[in-house]
Design a binder for this molecule. Structure first.
Ligand SMILES: C[S@@+](CC[C@H](N)C(=O)[O-])C[C@H]1O[C@@H](n2cnc3c(N)ncnc32)[C@H](O)[C@@H]1O
Length: 183
């Protein structure tokens, strides 16, 4: 799926997609650069879309890692399922059902490009709460956003939150890195 097809899908489903273009390579690098390549990890991706971050994660992750992706748009799910990498499992369900599929304290990284500002408060609360619960004590929740609107929610949910910013995306984006601070 090229950028034009992503744009068409985004216009058709603007409320759930919340973007007009895919994440740029610079933004993707910034988002996932803390994830180590040399050890097997259990990684979750929320809102993979057509898979630009998924592909970068699969390139980066250790051969024995697992990547579980939650995506609600059927067109994006069909596209993601073309990927034959045995490490990837694509679940065509909402990110608020994380704990139906992942045990508490079992995940090293949750990588999210969900449009948090466009998701209803109760659903968003469940997504962040469940992300927290599935993370290992030393795990991290990584998220990019176009505004700081949900900084408060993340700060209330995770003891450690750091934010960086990149102009190299359309539009420019903030990258959150959140951890439980238990290790
Ligand atoms: C901004 S797009 C991100 C696409 C791609 N990962 C990127 O960064 O360019 C947000 C994605 O989140 C998906 N999404 C929105 N709400 C969701 C939810 N509750 N659960 C899972 N996916 C969701 C949308 O369908 C869309 O694919």
């Amino acid at each position: 799926m090229n950028n034009w097809n992503f744009f068409r899908e985004a216009v058709k489903n603007f409320r759930s997609t919340g973007a007009i273009a895919r994440a740029s390579p610079v933004l993707i690098k910034r988002l996932i650069s803390a994830i180590p390549s040399h050890v097997p990890l259990n990684v979750v991706e929320l809102g993979p879309g057509e898979g630009c971050i998924t592909r970068a994660l699969l390139q980066r992750l250790h051969p024995e890692s697992r990547l579980t992706a939650f995506e609600i748009n059927p067109a994006f799910v069909r596209r993601l399922q073309l990927n034959q990498d045995p490490r990837l499992q694509v679940l065509p369900i909402g990110a608020d059902r994380l704990t139906d599929h992942l045990a508490e304290g079992s995940v090293d990284f949750v990588v999210s490009s969900l449009p948090l500002s466009m998701i209803d408060q109760p659903v968003k609360g469940r997504i962040i709460g469940q992300s927290r619960r599935v993370l290992k004590p030393g795990g991290q929740y990584l998220q990019y956003q176009y505004a700081l609107q949900d900084y408060g929610l993340l700060k209330d949910s995770f003891p450690n939150v750091s934010v960086s910013f990149t102009l190299a995306n359309l539009p420019p984006a903030f990258v959150y890195s959140c951890s439980l601070g238990l290790l």
